[in-house]
Design a protein around this ligand. Sequence first.
Ligand SMILES: [Zn+2]
Length: 195
Amino acid sequence: MPLAFTPLMKKRLTRRASEMIERSLRYFPELHGKTITVGLTRKHLGSASISYRAGAISRLVIRLRVRKVSYQTIGHELTHLVQGLAHGDRSTPRSVARSRIPSGEKQCDIWTLARHPLVCDDPPTYLRLPRIVRDQWPHYATPVRTLCVAAIEKRQSHRLYIRWLESEIRQLPRSLPDKKSGEQMELPFDPILSI
Ligand SMILES: [Zn+2]
């Protein structure tokens, strides 16, 4: 996987962070074979950008913190790159375009969580979550991810799929018995099959 680190990032990069980036990338086949430049950020959790030259993509960049970086943040920024790639290419037929990741921050959170349990180690930033879901995230990560997968499915026929998702998440604390241990639990129903 071609990764290029900026000079500042090279100085700060830890083995842990570099392994986390490599491991996350395995679940982003859309980015395979492309060079991704990884830089450092201090202000934000992370950021992503795509540079164009003469209408073609010339550089894919993500910026991350090194300390306490989570798979969730890495995944979120990689999902932004996938969003950007789809946006830049207008030659794809509409039928394929429907399966693309729509642009937007909440959309980025939903498609990131749905991608793989690995990137569900921290709560998402933009998706509206009840406080208890955020505070007890390890307890809710699996059911929230399941709902994100269901929401992506629902988008095919439901324009307000994000509103639907946030309302389902809001109801999770009622359907999941409170548990302080942080142990992950399965949903008592299967929202994918019930659509
Ligand atoms: Zn973002």
